[in-house]
Write a protein that binds this ligand. Structure first.
Ligand SMILES: O=C(O)CCC(=O)C(=O)O
Ligand SMILES: [Fe+2]
Length: 195
């Protein structure tokens, strides 16, 4: 996320337009819709957005992280390009979370689980804004990062750890593919099978 002078508005948040071509976007949308997407669940609450994980599954009902089906071959070349954008080796992006936001679905204020480190996302379908906020005493500092279709964004450092983010309820369908790397906490949770 850069201002007019190319300075990041939020340290640790970078984005680029036209990362995917329109045919690639359409092929990915079709591939996501072929998956067995399930409503996101959080401690007994069932959300409107539909998700499917590859590589690792974080179970929000039980706050646990476990290996799941490896990324399919159609996703690997995309994962490799996304890793290059983020300056990471491809294998670092161990999880892919595929999400469909139907009209009325969004994502509330959160920071991603501490088990993960880098978050690199692709946007497909309807445009959206990622909103950011950070508490400053009595009020919130706020920032917005546009998420145009076919664009990519990378959250790390301050933007990922100190700021919360959310996406308002959508009026039209948006899909996203977010790739995550593991944090030291995530690595120990996996090796001990603990939280
Ligand atoms: O849909 C997106 O691009 C972001 C979703 C998100 O913040 C998350 O899954 O943690
Ligand atoms: Fe998130």
């Amino acid at each position: 996320m850069l201002d007019l002078f190319g300075t990041p508005v939020l340290p640790g948040a970078t984005s680029a337009e036209s990362f995917l071509s329109p045919p690639e976007e359409q092929a990915l949308i079709r591939a996501i819709d072929r998956l067995n997407l399930a409503p996101f669940r959080f401690q007994g609450w069932v959300g409107k957005r539909l998700t499917h994980s590859f590589g690792l599954h974080y179970d929000f009902d039980h706050a646990s992280l476990a290996p799941t089906t490896p990324m399919p071959t159609w996703l690997l070349p995309i994962r490799d390009r996304v890793a290059a954008f983020a300056g990471l080796v491809p294998d670092a992006l161990i999880q892919a979370l595929l999400t469909r936001y139907d009209p009325g679905a969004g994502i509330g204020w959160h920071r991603d689980r501490p088990h993960f480190d880098h978050v690199v996302g692709l946007s497909l379908g309807a445009p959206a804004d990622m909103r950011f906020r950070r508490r400053m005493g009595e009020r919130f500092e706020r920032a917005t990062m546009p998420l145009p279709p076919r664009g990519i964004y990378h959250l790390q450092g301050v933007a990922r750890y100190e700021w919360e983010h959310s996406i308002a309820e959508m009026a039209a369908i948006r899909w996203s593919i977010t790739f995550r790397s593991l944090s030291p906490r995530g690595r120990s949770a996996l090796s001990y099978g603990a939280r």
